[in-house]
Design a protein around this ligand. Sequence first.
Ligand SMILES: C[S@@+](CC[C@H](N)C(=O)[O-])C[C@H]1O[C@@H](n2cnc3c(N)ncnc32)[C@H](O)[C@@H]1O
Length: 235
Amino acid sequence: MTDRKSEFASAPLKTFGRRGGRPLSGRQKVLMDEALPRLQVPIVPGQHLDPKQVFPNLDEIWLEIGFGGGEHVSGQARKAPNAGILASEVFFEGIAKLLGQIEDQKLENVRVWPEDGRELVDGLQDASIDRAFILFPDPWPKARHQKRRIIQPDFLDALARVMKPGGRVRFATDVRSYADEALERFLAHPAFDWTATCADDWRNVPTDHVETRYQQKKLGDIDPVYYDFSIAQTA
Ligand SMILES: C[S@@+](CC[C@H](N)C(=O)[O-])C[C@H]1O[C@@H](n2cnc3c(N)ncnc32)[C@H](O)[C@@H]1O
């Protein structure tokens, strides 16, 4: 892994803060040097990967962007062994944590993209993802920073391209202004149909949710909301 420049033709704004934090432990360094090359999603710039090549024997392909400490990825990977999960994070310590969980729990259905998740999306084949999760993304609460939020119209176009018709997307946040803005953007996009039919559908914790570390910190200004969308069959 390198700190290379973005592969985007015109580099979009960064949606994340820092990539480095505390120095990695000895084990974490070994995981980054030895496990990551084996477990990295094989995206090639300028090409579209069919993720079925990575998981030929699994029924579904899932995607998570901004996995933080990886608890949701590894939790879902244990609960859904027939789903192959492509997981993206840029924070080195978080990447190393998920690699540790993959090794310790002997998870065979997770691959890691240790760079901007938008590059991962851009590198995937059309209609190749069954389920996507964007959970408690960086909220960028200050008005002048909100353009850094990952839920932007062009990102939703990119996400819609790689989702299978009938696929599902979950977005969660505990920041009111982000909840409002993201919902407005998803609803304005023709590919995403909000599946909620009553308030309990978005304010109750989904039965298949795995609580995340960031969520436990309760840094937001509202209780978490969980917006589930299905992908329109015509998308
Ligand atoms: C607020 S944290 C939440 C982490 C995790 N989802 C959780 O709930 O614990 C958001 C994470 O998204 C990561 N992130 C932000 N933009 C990203 C991007 N474009 N691609 C991959 N990861 C990103 C950040 O590094 C950060 O770890």
